[in-house]
Design a protein around this ligand. Structure first.
Ligand code: NAD
Ligand code: WQD
Length: 353
């Protein structure tokens, strides 16, 4: 991948996950060769056939645990990797409080190993999945990249630690080209209805929860508090369509061809939506006023998190294009077509890995 030819072979870790799968589709459509890896701890092998179908292109896939440095090294030995997008991680805030060692191992230790293997093979271009949750409780929104990080739980600390590790590596060696993308709240699904968000167990996040209420898997949405200092009292977030987010990764890769060092960029829309507004939008999308009940605040939640998305526009030429109505329409279509998720259709028809 050179600054004139922006396509190349991209290693995507966590390729079967929610954001990884959509990003693979986008990369394949743009002409990149994709090598995906995943251990399916939080995803289904079925995603791979779906994404091949949506992209109408093939991707290489290796089933491995990203903590396994030897297995990662083997991938670099066999494939001409130009750049890496590192999605693979554990991402549930509550679970990270219960299982901190697993989170530090999977999120931090594996990133250390990956960076070491990349260095061994002379690959220095990396897009890292970071999170708006590293900002913690903020005093003002919108949030610029200069807002100090104040992570409040083990998950967010793993992301903040990785960013610091990457900054130190880049400061030492100018060959490195790294961008940490701090996503706000990714939601939605591919417009084909074949790819979407399929959390294991009871969803932690509001959008997949609403989708499961709509399809009859859950009785009602619990609205966590309506006494926040926000216009309607419910929590405000910056929801971003996963297809817009996927495109942001491709543009970040393009940008890295001309960048040295570590850069941090928010990926959000810049617009806030309250839980009440999201509930109304989803009800409109599915054509039914979804049942809900206001309950106590969820411990650890903050009133509002909204991105200042200026840097993404100026540095990457990226702006989110899809509306909250689009996000709800696509999330609902995926849930309607896949009521029990990916694994609701018998045995996988392909051996992977
Ligand atoms: P996801 O759980 O759907 O995808 C993560 C993928 O990584 C899964 O397919 C999982 O099986 C895989 N994985 C986990 N541990 C692994 C291991 N040890 N070896 C190999 N594969 C492994 O999550 P997502 O929503 O697609 O998130 C992708 C990335 O974006 C994560 O790093 C997450 O922390 C980050 N992020 C997500 C959100 C969000 O709300 N979805 C917000 C900010 C940042
Ligand atoms: C959104 C709003 C809730 C569920 C999480 C992670 C963060 C990042 C994105 C990875 C809040 C309210 C929720 C429900 C509700 N992920 N809510 N009823 O907490 O902003 O961010 O996902 O990096 O790290 O913390 O997202 O969807 O859980 O909550 O009322 O059943 O919906 O209180 O106001 P959150 P969320």
């Amino acid at each position: 991948m050179t600054s004139t030819d922006r396509t190349g072979t991209v290693l995507v870790t966590g390729a079967a996950g929610f954001i990884g799968s959509h990003t693979c589709v986008d990369l394949l459509a743009a002409g990149h060769r994709v090598v995906g890896v995943d251990n399916f701890v939080n995803s289904s092998p079925r995603v791979l056939d779906r994404l091949r179908k949506v992209a109408d292109r093939d991707l290489e896939f290796v089933r491995l645990d990203v903590r396994d440095r030897a297995a990662l090294g083997e991938v670099f030995r066999r494939q001409p990797i130009d750049a890496v997008i590192h999605f693979a991680a554990l991402k549930a805030v509550g679970e990270s409080v219960e299982m901190p060692l697993e989170y530090y191992d999977t999120n931090v230790n594996a990133t250390l190993g990956l960076v070491g293997v990349m260095a061994e093979h002379g690959v220095h271009r990396l897009v890292f999945s970071s999170s708006c949750s590293i900002y913690g409780t903020v005093d003002t929104v919108p949030i610029t990249e200069d807002t100090p990080a104040r992570p409040t739980n083990p998950y967010s600390r793993t992301k903040w630690m990785c960013e610091q590790i990457l900054a130190d590596v880049c400061a030492r060696d100018p060959a490195w080209q790294v961008i940490s993308l701090r996503y706000f709240n990714p939601v939605g699904a591919h417009e084909s209805g074949l790819l979407g968000e399929d959390p294991r167990g009871v969803p932690n996040n509001v959008m997949p929860y609403l989708a499961q209420v709509a399809v009859g898997r859950r009785a009602e949405l619990s609205v966590f508090g309506d006494d926040y200092p926000t216009p309607d009292g419910t929590g405000v977030r910056d929801y971003i369509h996963v297809v817009d987010l996927a495109e942001g990764h491709r543009l970040a890769l393009d940008h890295l061809a001309d960048q040295s060092g570590h850069r941090v960029v928010n990926l959000g829309t810049g617009a806030g939506t309250s839980v009440r507004e999201l509930h109304a939008a989803f009800s409109a999308a599915c054509g039914r006023d979804l049942p809900y009940r206001v309950v106590a605040r969820r411990p650890g939640d903050v009133a509002a998190l909204v991105a200042d998305a200026t840097l993404a526009r100026e540095a990457l030429g990226w702006t989110a294009r899809r509306s909250v109505a689009d996000m709800c329409r696509d999330a609902w279509q995926f849930q309607r077509l896949n009521p029990g998720g990916y694994d609701d259709e018998g045995e996988p028809d392909e051996h992977v890995g």
